[in-house]
Design a protein around this ligand. Structure first.
Ligand code: PLP
Length: 389
C-alpha cells in the first residue's frame, strides 16, 4: 500500500514513466516496506491474517446460498442496476439488511471501498469538509480526497479535538467519518458521543464504517444510535462474501441512487456474492451469540499477551495488535512465528504511524480456544524477552 510519491526526483518530466517505476521499485526493494503478493498459507499453518471473523466463507449454508443464487440468477449481474434493473436477490438483501440494522433503507455497492467512494462523494464536494478520525481506513481518506472537499483529521477517538475542529469549520458543510472498530488498533470509537457532537451542528453529517464491527458486535456499534446518517460496511468480513453496503434513510438512498458514481457507473454485485450474504445474514439473526463467542476468545488471548507485558494498544475486539516498533524487527518477529506454524501479518508504515510496526492478530471462529492459548504461549516464549515491558 505504498502510495507512489509523485514529488520524488524520478517523477520529474525528463524521466519516462517506465524508468521511474524501475528506479522507485529498486529503491523500495532495498527497504523493509516492499510488498509482494504471495500464495496462501498452507492448511497446517494457523492463519491470523483473515477477516473471515465468523468463518462464514466456508460455512456450508453460506456456500449453498451462493450456489442457489448462482443457479437462479446466473454468474453475473450483467449491468448497472440503473440500466438493467435490480435482481430479486439485490432487493431482498437490501430489505433484510435494513431490517437487521433498523434503518429505513439499505443500498448495495460492489465493495466496501466503492461504498466509501459513493457515500462520501455524493454528500460533500468542493468547498465542503471531510472530518476524519486520524486512523480512518484508506478508503475513507481516498474518498474524501477525490471528492474535492478539504480533508481534515481529528486525533484518534479524541472528542475534544473533534468538537474543536467542528467549531473551526462552523457554517461549512461537514461530513464526519470514523470507523467503529479500528482495523489496525482493534479499539472502539465512542460512537454515541461522536453522534451527539455531530447532531449539535446543523451543517454536519456522520458516516460510520462498521467493516469490522457488523456481525461481531451485533448489527454494529452505530446500531440504533441517533444521529448516525450512514452506517456503511462490507460483505467481505463477517459475511464471508464480497460486496459493500450502507444503511441509511430512504431520502439518502434516493440521493445516492441519483448521484453516486460508484453505484451508477459500475455493474451490480454478482448474484452468488449476494446469495452468500443472504445466508450469512440469516445465520447472524438466528445465532446472535456467535459474535460474543468470538469476542470472548479474542479478549482472553489479548489479556494473556497484555499480562505478559506486550503493548496491545487499546484493543477491545477480535483485532489484537502487538506493537513491536521498528519495521525490520516486526518482519523478523513474523518470520519467527511463521517457522512455528503461526501466520500473522507484520503491519508497517504508512498503514500505521512510524515506529509502531506491529503484528496484527485477526482472531476468527476458525481458531479454537486451545489454539489461541498455544499461540499466546508461543508468542510469549519467542518474543517476551525483546518486546515486552
Ligand atoms: C476492509 C475495509 C473496507 C473495504 O471493504 P472491501 O469490501 O474489502 O472493499 C472498508 N473500510 C474498512 C474499515 C475496512 O476494514
Amino acid at each position: 500500500m505504498t502510495t507512489p510519491d509523485h514529488s520524488s526526483p524520478s517523477h520529474s518530466r525528463d524521466v519516462s514513466p517506465r524508468e521511474r517505476v524501475r528506479t522507485e521499485l529498486d529503491a523500495l526493494r532495498e527497504t523493509d516496506r516492499h510488498r509482494r503478493l504471495r500464495d496462501r498459507a498452507e492448511a497446517e499453518v494457523l492463519d491470523f491474517s483473515s477477516n473471515d471473523y465468523l468463518n462464514f466463507s466456508r460455512d456450508p449454508r453460506v456456500v449453498a446460498g451462493a450456489q442457489s443464487a448462482l443457479e437462479q440468477f446466473g454468474a453475473g449481474s450483467t449491468a448497472s442496476r440503473l440500466v438493467s434493473g435490480s435482481l430479486a436477490c439485490h432487493t431482498r438483501f437490501e430489505m433484510e439488511l435494513a431490517a437487521w440494522k433498523d434503518c429505513e433503507a439499505a443500498l448495495l455497492f460492489g465493495s466496501g471501498y466503492l461504498t466509501a467512494l459513493g457515500c462520501v462523494r455524493s454528500f460533500v464536494g468542493q468547498g465542503d469538509v471531510v472530518l476524519a478520525d486520524r486512523l480512518s481506513h484508506a478508503c475513507l481518506l481516498d474518498a474524501g480526497r477525490g471528492s474535492g472537499a478539504r480533508v481534515d483529521r481529528f486525533r484518534h477517538n479524541d472528542l475534544e479535538h473533534l468538537e474543536a475542529r467542528l467549531a473551526k469549520h462552523h457554517g461549512k458543510r461537514v461530513l464526519v467519518v470514523t470507523e467503529s472498530v479500528f482495523s489496525m488498533d482493534g479499539d472502539l470509537a465512542p460512537i454515541e458521543e461522536i453522534a451527539e457532537l455531530v447532531t449539535a451542528n446543523p451543517h454536519a453529517m456522520l458516516l460510520v464504517d462498521e467493516a469490522h464491527a457488523a456481525g461481531v458486535f451485533g448489527p454494529g456499534l452505530a446500531h440504533q444510535v441517533d444521529g448516525v446518517d450512514l452506517q456503511m460496511g462490507t460483505l467481505s468480513k463477517s459475511f464471508g462474501s464480497y460486496g459493500g453496503y450502507v444503511g441509511l434513510s430512504a431520502d439518502h438512498k434516493d440521493w445516492l441512487v441519483n448521484t453516486s458514481r460508484s453505484l451508477i457507473y459500475t455493474t451490480a454485485p454478482p448474484p452468488a456474492s449476494i446469495g452468500a450474504a443472504l445466508a450469512g445474514l440469516k445465520i447472524l439473526r438466528d445465532e446472535p451469540e456467535l459474535g460474543d463467542r468470538l469476542l470472548e476468545r479474542a479478549g482472553e488471548f489479548c489479556r494473556k499477551l497484555w499480562e505478559a507485558g506486550f503493548d496491545t494498544l487499546d484493543s477491545d475486539s477480535q483485532i489484537v495488535p502487538l506493537v513491536i516498533g521498528e519495521d525490520g524487527d516486526c518482519l523478523a518477529a513474523a518470520a519467527e512465528l511463521k517457522a512455528e506454524g503461526i501466520h500473522v501479518v507484520a503491519i508497517r508504515p504508512p498503514t500505521v504511524p512510524e515506529g509502531t510496526a506491529r503484528l496484527r492478530f485477526s482472531i476468527t471462529l476458525a481458531h479454537s480456544a486451545e489454539e489461541l492459548d498455544r499461540t499466546a504461549d508461543t508468542v510469549i516464549r519467542l518474543l517476551q524477552d525483546r518486546y515486552a515491558k
